[in-house]
Design a protein around this ligand. Structure first.
Ligand code: HDD
Length: 691
């Protein structure tokens, strides 16, 4: 009978490591209790055609485990991707904090990072217009410190009590189950329009920050004001920033929509490929440190998470560098089971009274129990501290530590002379000794009331191109909102930000401009521009770490293809070939090249710049193909730099595109260097074709 191994005698099975048919002990297929299987293909049946017997423990073992493979996905940030790395101290700051990673220049701390989108479910696409999570776990010798931040320095709400409302509003609507991973629907904008405190964050959310080119090209922020505490117990306030060494870069919206179709795993693939190729992404960890006097003087409340402190007002001091150099081995064990929490702080780090942070400190611990099913999730390898752990917490589901000894309480005299592990008043964690007073009340401080000044500052700090993208994004999202009253309310709020913005969005929606919404504080502070808030005003130094797509066909000029490839690879970029078919392509001189993509599956949205190097026959053939025309016209519409080989003209013209200064003639191999140089500017924004 098919798939059935012949019966064997016990003599044939052998002893020691050598088993029947040469299968070694460590390679034997077993049940979860270690029983070696004699047949992994067939369940136990009566006769040749069944019925199957309940007695088949191997079948039950396998199906039972499979049935329980899934755990609840995260209620937010369900879709994420992680990597391992190291935090290295560049500038020791023992005068500010006793936090272990910052005591000595050169000190290295093991780290684990999980990037994520917020609203979509685990299987959603990477290029949703959404905030990105930027959660970092640092395994210090004084316990695990988690900095659970986002790629945006402010948040939608000021008080944690509003978080469930915010999340219910943005997630798919309960009576229909859509939209997935999108804020472009009535419930989100209804909530946002009724909560003017969200306005500043909405400006960030509608900017290109929420469609990053890659996790590698985005900033991260701790958002809240935290506290540093030094060895003497003195405390200062601190805000944390992650600054990518790779520079900032985003895609454009039309590109994002197409990437989601072409490669829904675009961001995770990018991070994986970069790390695996040895191009290890790095971020500087910077701090804005300030004292009580600054907090009192500053225009806004430093406990309000809808506000930031502009870098021009308080510069970011770089103290450490994070390098990601190892991809995960197992997505479930690491990416899914990692448990972050803002409550995970170490000696030297403490909380402020930010009401959003205070609420988070409860939520994260609570949610891990729901997701991971046991209080013992801290024993999972990805969560386990790398320092000794000693406590008298006992038992619980899935306890894996065979805790020894007799005394399970503190203090006890049965655990040896020193009475078991004891709290250490000198080196142990000490909260800041702070004086708090006032009546208990449910209220929002007046100092939290200005919802528009920083939103306006963000808008005026953007380049014209970026402002255009913000306007387009508001118009796109609001056009998906069915209830016109919601759109009107949003426009009323936008009038309090900037009339140009409100008018442009209203025009795009074809709606009249409503009265400005009634603001809680009538006076808006006119803040100056802050260059740090713009992506395009902080361009990368070069094309390094980016990807060039080279369109080749049979008969492409080998010397030119080689020269372009070499020039870009020497500049630290990745080069991928796109061809009419996935099979080998014969270049001039007879050399065969293996393409990475067939044209149908390798659209130009997957690349930062493109080179069109077909042969004359190849160009004539491609000119008639929709996928090749799209390759060119999309690259053009997305403002990409385009290099054209001597035979590319028919394809360019058939794509309906008029070459401009964003094109470079690659007439011969010597032009390759110039093209890399040009691509350093990433996009040719003069061409920006707004939606
Ligand atoms: Fe949160 C996950 C970031 C407000 C409650 N949050 C989560 C993750 C990130 C953030 C990056 C994913 C962690 C991971 O990869 O596992 N959250 C933020 C930031 C916030 C914020 C930057 C505002 C400054 N969050 C926030 C509030 C609450 C939560 C106000 C609740 C009161 N967040 C959660 C959560 C999650 C979470 C429900 C879901 C999964 C998890 O925690 O582990 O507890």
């Amino acid at each position: 009978m098919a798939n059935r191994r012949p019966a064997s005698t016990s003599d044939e099975r052998g002893t020691g490591d050598e088993l029947h048919q040469g299968v070694k002990r460590g390679e034997r297929l077993t049940t979860s209790t270690g029983v070696p299987l004699g047949d992994g293909q067939n369940s136990l049946k009566v006769g040749d055609r069944g019925p199957t017997l309940l007695e088949d423990f191997a079948l039950r073992d396998k199906i039972f485990h499979f049935d329980h493979e899934r755990i609840p996905e995260r209620v937010v940030h369900a879709r994420g991707y992680s990597a391992h790395g190291t935090l290295e101290c560049l500038d020791a700051i023992p005068d500010l904090t006793r936090a272990a990673p910052f005591q000595r220049k050169g000190k290295k701390t093991e780290a684990f990072v999980r990037f994520s989108t917020v609203a979509g479910n685990l299987g959603s696409a990477d290029l949703a217009r959404d905030v990105r999570g930027f959660a970092v776990k640092m395994y210090t010798e004084e316990g695990n410190w988690d900095l659970v931040g986002n790629n945006i320095p402010v948040f939608f709400i000021q008080d944690a009590v509003k978080f469930p409302d915010l999340v219910h509003a943005v997630k798919e609507e309960q009576d229909r189950g859509w939209p997935q991973a999108q804020s472009a629907h009535d419930t989100f904008w209804d909530f946002a329009s009724l909560m003017p405190e969200s306005t500043h964050m909405l400006l960030w959310q509608m900017s290109d920050r929420t469609i990053p080119r890659s996790f590698r090209f985005m900033e991260g922020f701790g958002v809240h004001t935290y506290r540093f505490i030094d060895a003497e117990g003195a405390s200062t306030f601190v805000k944390f920033h992650w600054k990518p060494k790779q520079g900032l870069q985003s895609v454009v919206w039309n590109e994002a929509l197409k990437i989601n179709g072409a490669d829904p795993d675009f961001h995770r693939r990018d991070l994986y490929a970069a790390i695996e190729s040895g191009d290890h992404p790095q971020w500087d960890l910077g701090v804005q440190v300030f004292d009580e006097a600054f907090a009192v003087e500053f225009d806004f409340d430093v406990l309000d998470s809808t506000k930031l402190i502009p870098e021009e007002v308080l510069p970011v001091r770089v103290i450490a560098r994070l390098t990601l150099d190892r991809t995960v081995d197992n997505m479930f064990a690491e990416n899914e089971q990692v448990a972050f929490g803002t409550h995970n702080v170490i000696p030297g780090i403490d909380f402020s009274n930010d009401p959003l942070l205070q609420g988070r400190n409860f939520s994260y611990l609570d949610t891990q129990l729901k997701r991971l099913g046991s209080t013992n999730f801290t024993q999972l390898p990805v969560n386990a501290p790398r320092c000794p752990v000693m406590h008298f917490q006992r038992d619980g589901h899935m306890q894996t530590d065979p805790q020894l000894g007799r005394g399970t309480y503190e203090p006890n005299s049965l655990s040896g002379e020193d009475r078991g592990p004891r709290a250490d008043v000198v080196h142990g964690y000490q909260s800041v000794a702070r004086r708090e007073e006032g009546p208990t009340r449910r209220l929002r401080a007046e100092s939290f009331a200005d919802h528009y000044s920083q939103a306006r500052q963000f808008f005026i700090s953007q380049t014209e191109v970026e402002q255009g993208h913000i306007i387009d994004a508001f118009a796109f999202e609001l056009a998906k909102v069915e209830d016109p009253r919601i759109r009107t309310r949003v426009l009323g709020n936008l009038r309090n930000v900037h009339d140009d913005l409100a008018r442009a969005v209203a025009d795009k929606l074809g709606m009249p401009l409503p009265e400005a919404a009634e603001a809680v504080v009538a006076t808006r502070t006119d803040l100056p521009e802050s260059a740090a808030l713009s992506i395009l005003r902080n361009p990368p130094a070069s094309f390094a770490g980016r990807k060039l797509g080279v369109l080749v066909t049979a008969g492409s000029d080998k010397a030119l293809v080689d020269a372009v490839t070499r020039a870009f690879e020497d500049a630290g970029a990745v080069v991928e070939y796109v061809a009419p078919a996935i099979g080998p392509v014969k270049l001039t001189g007879g050399r065969s090249l293996t393409p990475h993509h067939a044209i149908d599956g390798g659209p130009s949205v997957l690349f930062d710049a493109v080179a069109l190097l077909p042969s004359a026959e190849g160009a004539a053939d491609l000119a008639g193909r929709a996928s090749a025309q799209d390759f060119v016209s999309d690259a053009f519409a997305h403002c990409k730099l385009i290099g054209t080989g001597p035979a590319a003209a028919p394809l360019v013209s058939e794509a309906g595109v008029e070459p401009d200064a964003g094109f470079l003639d690659l007439a011969s191999a010597s032009d390759a260097e110039g093209f890399v140089e040009l691509c350093g500017s990433l996009r040719f924004w003069d061409r920006d074709i707004r939606a």
